[in-house]
Design a binder for this molecule. Structure first.
Ligand code: ADP
Ligand code: ASP
Ligand code: MG
Length: 436
């Protein structure tokens, strides 16, 4: 059994839904995870933003525009009046829940309930489309088994137990369809796995069901060796080690959700990245195999803030770093990169929510300075320290770019550079030119 996830563009129109319908039919009892149709989650977020700003008129207009879009999709997707009417009924019900939520006082739970409807719509539309084609697809509500714990982390035991139960309850199905992205939290309320989280759903389900493979179907033929949105002439990387893929995803390769490799790696389940628009293309296979002596790809992570703490007290002292880390722990802020010297430490964060109290407390340890609008550039491949010359090549590529921090040796798979965001595109292009 495979878990196959199709992203927003893959189900972005009636035509695309039909295309995915063909790809998933007659290929075994697989579990199909769907994102919302492209643009829908953004529209739902805009509706919530209007509600938050108490602009009920704007929210109502946006809700109507979105309903109109789905009217057109229904019209184009189904061949018979019977199925058009069934689909409109389901979409009407979902929009009733959106309007009900919109009428309530705005709060984060309202937002999460509204944002969850995108995946509910795409999966219901696909389910009915397959039914109309005579395929016995079973719709599995992700809210019955996708769950996070009190720390907001996936509750793997619960997911495994409940997802298996849901599938075993429908043995006669040809295939199973479920929603990506959405889940319940520890309190049982509707929540989500953050933007792009459908990849994470697929990987968590793949691990829970011990799938033979997890397929992530998107709009490009696999992981490219650089970000195709900024660099021309990038090419697909056909094989990646789990660790290489995890570094690339974490450090900005948008094709994968940052945490989606971990569950697959833990159970050694191969992940394949495939292109819905070109299903025969080889794509990328991510597994526990490392190709030696190659640099595979480059990625960039935006919106990074660098913090430097300079202190004479660090000289020949122990326990200084512990005090620094405790402050970040207290404010639940993850550190991405870190470099040290005898008199100071620089580190980076991607979440400024608690920056003010963090800086206030750090001031007790030394002089603090901040650099905003920075970017981490991550070069990924077989970068074991005994391999010679690879770090030199990456540095040489960046010889005309001011580099604020360099991190190397933290893993065998990456070297990271912190640069100004205005230099990002130039740096990515220079790296492609020198490395590939
Ligand atoms: P989906 O909606 O299917 O989840 P995403 O938009 O999240 O798709 O991810 C696919 C996009 O990721 C591609 O269209 C591409 O622009 C972008 N991307 C960024 N970096 C890379 C990379 N290194 N390789 C491939 N795609 C990348
Ligand atoms: N629909 C959600 C989003 O747009 C989840 C996903 O597509 O992965 O972020
Ligand atoms: Mg995505």
């Amino acid at each position: 059994m495979k878990v196959k996830k199709f992203g927003g563009t893959s189900v972005g129109s009636a035509e695309r839904i039909k295309n995915v319908g063909k790809l998933i039919s007659g290929d075994g009892k697989n579990v199909i995870v769907l994102s919302a149709m492209s643009g829908t989650t953004n529209s739902l977020i805009e509706i919530c933003d209007a509600l938050k700003a108490d602009d009920r008129q704007l929210a109502a207009k946006r809700i109507k525009d979105l309903r109109d879009k789905y009217t057109r999709v229904v019209e184009d997707l189904y061949g018979t009046e019977e199925y058009k009417s069934k689909a409109n009924q389901i979409i009407d019900d979902i929009f009733s829940t959106i309007r009900e939520a919109a009428d309530a006082d705005y709060c984060i739970d309202v937002r999460k309930r509204i944002v969850a409807t995108g995946e509910l719509m795409s999966t219901n539309l696909m389910h009915l489309h397959l039914k109309e084609k005579g395929i016995n697809a079973q719709l599995l509500p992700a809210l019955d088994f996708m769950k996070t714990d009190i720390h907001g982390e996936p509750d793997s035991e619960y997911i495994e137990r409940e997802a298996r139960k849901a599938i075993t309850a429908c043995p006669e199905a040809d295939l199973y369809i479920t929603q990506g992205f959405i889940c319940r939290n520890a309190e049982g309320k509707i929540d989500n796995l953050e933007r792009g989280g459908s990849d994470y759903t697929a990987s968590l389900l793949g691990a829970a069901l011990n799938a033979d493979e997890i397929e992530i179907w998107t709009d490009i033929d696999g992981m490219h060796n650089n970000d195709p949105r900024f660099v021309e002439g990038t090419t697909p990387v056909h094989n990646l080690h789990f660790e290489e893929a995890a570094e690339l995803a974490y450090f900005g390769a948008k094709i994968l959700h940052p945490t989606c490799i971990q569950p697959a790696k833990a159970r050694n389940i191969p992940v394949r990245l495939l292109n819905t628009l070109d299903p025969k293309a080889k794509g990328t296979l991510i597994e526990n195999t490392l190709e030696r002596n190659t640099i595979k790809a480059v990625a960039a992570k935006d919106n990074i803030t660098a913090i430097k703490i300079k202190s004479g007290r660090m000289l020949l002292a122990y326990g200084f770093l512990k005090k620094v880390f405790e402050i970040f722990e207290k404010y639940e802020t993850a550190i991405d990169m870190i470099t040290t010297s005898e008199v100071g430490v620089s580190l980076t964060i991607d979440n400024e929510k608690n920056l003010t109290p963090i800086v206030e407390e750090l001031k007790a340890l030394g002089t603090v300075s901040i650099d905003r609008d920075m970017v981490i550039i991550c070069v990924v491949g077989d970068l074991e320290w005994t391999n010679r010359g690879f770090e030199a090549k990456a540095l040489e590529a960046l010889c005309n770019v001011p580099v604020r921090m360099i991190s190397y040796g933290g893993s065998n798979y990456n070297i990271s550079f912190l640069i100004r965001s205005e230099d990002k595109v130039r740096a990515l292009r220079m790296l492609s030119y020198h490395l590939f």
